[in-house]
Design a protein around this ligand. Structure first.
Ligand code: NAP
Length: 354
């Protein structure tokens, strides 16, 4: 089997931007979309903060445009999920099938042990694809609570992105779930529009940084329900009410919106044991905003004191960008920028191998 020059895994803004750059550089990339083609923006109605769209753009429409743009320059898009990888030697091996009797759900709902079991079986077969280089853009998924109504009203009052959706809650009454920095940031973003923002937190103190907590607690629009857990989201066409257990007792509250901010999980179970991940499961590159990233960057300083291939992971020839790397910004525009950088690095690295 002939190795592809470049395989891109993931079809969010990072993956498609990498594909646009790599295909314009004549690398003939093959892009695997994954199970949820288009990534998180497929769940966003109006994307209003991506430069170049003064009127905003519908999330799925935007992702279809990126896909068309990548195709136009020669990217081969395969609507398939990469189920296993072997980065131990070049060319890298990738698998895209599952063993008999195992469903795709295992990658969304299975434990790491179950996934590892399936991957071992998959790797007993011949690989489906070989690649000289790989760019990983598998993104991240918001952690969900799993309460009734959460899935049903997602995008219709339930959101995981206040930066994206706060403006739709002008003069509304909203709830933020969580007590970390994301919850504090979401709360502050929402206070610019909503009449009232109630933070629902399961303990009696926040884990967020003090400065963020102080800002939240000083804001007149904010109320906090301590020792509280969201139990249920109720509504008809959109969210109308929520049930929260406060100090052990269920209470009903009127609500126009619920923002879940209980953390993000990078989609990296596939790469565990293959490339270096940080303590939160994000892929480490030489531009990661973490201690491990700094160590990799330091080790990659060239004779001009510049970091070589900043988007490279701990494996030479494997690059990464977007939310799967990003512990901090997690925006469509930052993901697209990192996808571009990864493609430029891959192009230069491949040239230097010839
Ligand atoms: P996080 O720090 O892990 O906080 C998650 C919050 O959600 C915690 O308060 C946690 O409660 C709560 N939570 C988790 N599971 C829950 C459940 N099942 N039910 C109810 N509550 C639940 O996540 P994050 O806020 O997304 O932050 C992630 C990282 O990014 C952190 O290192 C953070 O500092 C960083 N970050 C930084 C900034 C900034 O610097 N401006 C902004 C955003 C994120 P407990 O506290 O009880 O565990």
């Amino acid at each position: 089997m002939k190795a592809e020059k470049l395989v891109i895994i993931g079809s969010g803004p990072a993956g498609y931007t990498a594909a646009i750059y790599a295909s314009r550089a004549q690398l003939k990339p093959v892009l695997f979309t994954g199970m949820e083609s288009g990534g998180q923006l497929m769940y966003t109605t109006d994307l209003e903060n991506f430069p170049g769209f003064p009127e905003g753009v519908i999330g799925p429409k935007f992702m279809m445009s990126l896909r068309a743009q990548a195709t136009r320059f020669g990217t081969e898009i395969r609507d398939a999920h990469v189920t296993a990888v072997d980065f131990s030697q070049r060319p890298f091996k990738l698998w895209t099938h599952l063993p008999a009797g195992v469903g795709m759900d295992i990658f969304k709902q299975g434990s790491q042990e179950e996934i590892d079991g399936a991957v071992t079986k998959i790797k007993a077969d011949e690989p489906d694809v070989l690649a000289d280089s790989v760019i990983i853009n598998t993104g991240a998924t918001s952690i969900m609570l799993g309460v009734p109504g959460e899935k049903e009203f997602f995008g219709r009052g339930v959101s995981t992105c206040a930066v994206c959706d706060a403006a739709f809650y002008k003069d509304k009454n909203v709830f933020v779930i969580g007590g970390g920095d994301s919850a504090m940031e979401d709360t502050l973003a929402l206070t610019k529009f909503a009449t009232k923002v109630t933070v629902v937190h399961r303990r009696d103190s926040f884990r967020a940084s003090k400065i963020m907590v102080d800002r939240v607690l000083k804001n007149d629009k904010v109320e906090v329900l301590w020792n509280s857990q969201l139990k249920k989201i109720i509504g008809e066409y959109g969210v109308q009410k929520i049930v929260v257990e406060v100090d052990g007792k269920d209470q009903e509250f009127k609500a126009d919106g619920v923002f879940l901010a209980i953390g993000h999980r990078p989609v990296t179970s596939l790469f565990r044991g293959q490339i270096e991940l940080d303590d939160h499961g994000y892929i480490v590159t030489r531009q990661s905003l973490s201690k491990k990233g700094l160590v990799q960057a330091q080790a990659a300083l060239n004779e001009k004191d510049l970091v070589a291939y900043p988007t490279m992971t701990s494996i030479a020839g494997v690059f990464a960008g977007g939310d799967v790397v990003d512990v901090r910004y997690k925006q469509a525009i930052t993901a697209a920028g990192m996808g571009c950088a990864a493609a430029l690095d891959a192009e230069r690295w491949l040239e230097n191998q010839e």
